[in-house]
Design a binder for this molecule. Sequence first.
Ligand SMILES: [Zn+2]
Ligand SMILES: [Zn+2]
Length: 116
Amino acid sequence: MQLPRYKKKKRLKHKVCQEPGCGKEFIGHPIAKYCEFHRNIANRTRKIKQYEAVDVKNFVFKHGFTEVTELELTCQLENCQNKYKVKIFPKQYIYPKFCPLHRNEYKRDAFQAETA
Ligand SMILES: [Zn+2]
Ligand SMILES: [Zn+2]
């Protein structure tokens, strides 16, 4: 026996949006994962991956400089005290996290192996 279509449509469930940080409850199809807002892919944080990538080699430096300023930063690699100069641009907040020597992953690993 085949069920009329409108009956299928009624099989809606109480769901919780899977988008990290949303948690909004909604009534949706049993396989629905996102609330109405996050069903639109443009509203979902696929940026998370991008953010992680930024985090590996760069860091977010929240500054208030209104003109280009050269700053001396210290390499954030454990046990490395090398200083490097970075030009800070107004409204740009992503900067390299490591001294020029350690911007390459292979060199960072080698350095950590040495100092371990
Ligand atoms: Zn949501
Ligand atoms: Zn370094």
